[in-house]
Design a protein around this ligand. Sequence first.
Ligand code: NAD
Length: 296
Amino acid sequence: MTKIAFIGLGNMGSGMCANLAKAGHDVHAFDLNADAVETAVAAGANAAATVGEAVSDVDVVVSMLPAGKHVHQVYFGDDGVTAHAKSGTLFLDCSTIAVEEARDAAAKAAQAGFSYMDAPVSGGVAAAEAGSLTFMVGGGKDGFEKAKPILDVMGKNVFHAGDPGNGQVAKIANNMLLGISMIGTCEAFNLAEKLGLDAQTFYDISSTASGQCWSMTSYCPAPGPVPAAPSNRDYQPGFAVAMMLKDLRLAMGAGDDVGADTPLGNHAQQIYAKLDEDGFGDIDFSGVMRRLKGEL
Ligand code: NAD
């Protein structure tokens, strides 16, 4: 049993926190939203009224926050985690934030005597609830060894990606590829259908040929071939356009920082940004299919 503070009990964090409590850990939960704290308590956690109350007597802090500014405020702001945690407390930030923000957080935490690991996740709300997330972890080896048993409770794959920030690197590079491959898959199904080849027949052929990819076989954007895919429930997410856009923006920003050319990532970002601007940020990202069909 480990004493854990959990900060950020939103769509993702609530399921992750519940799994830690269910596994018998002593979890102290905090969120700005009091209803979210109540839900965590119903799932077996203890309520904390402030960040300080949550972290003052724990061995590990887990956070799942919207963006880098929230992470920096929660850890390093006035009355934040570093002002209250015992020395030696391990920080595990599972939020998706910029690579540089994560590296900066690791450096600031180290200066204050803590180890900070970036541990962003792949997998959505269903995986957070089921405890089947994939974690990509950046930070020191010792921190990773300490983090692994905690992350194993919330995920089914836990990878050490290397130095601080490398978890975020893995996450944004993976999601850039996903964002691009989803658009390509939508284009292929739309082209095939317009030329007279139905989605199921094209799927049967392409899923065993060289066009095969995760966007097709696990998340087919054309309704029919993959029953669990959002395309079969009117493109309800799943993984929303706005979330994909966030990750692509992080990837494009990081690419600019190091001079990595990402022409397709850039184009993909524009396509998701247009959908978002047009009011479709909350549909599933495979909803690009509907745009290609002229339905949006
Ligand atoms: P969310 O907005 O549902 O939850 C964030 C929670 O953080 C909210 O409950 C909010 O009240 C809380 N919060 C914000 N500022 C706070 C503060 N200062 N102190 C305490 N609590 C604070 O977001 P989410 O969908 O759970 O996503 C969380 C992170 O996970 C994001 O970085 C996102 O990019 C990443 N992510 C999300 C998904 C997904 O499918 N939703 C998938 C993979 C990764």
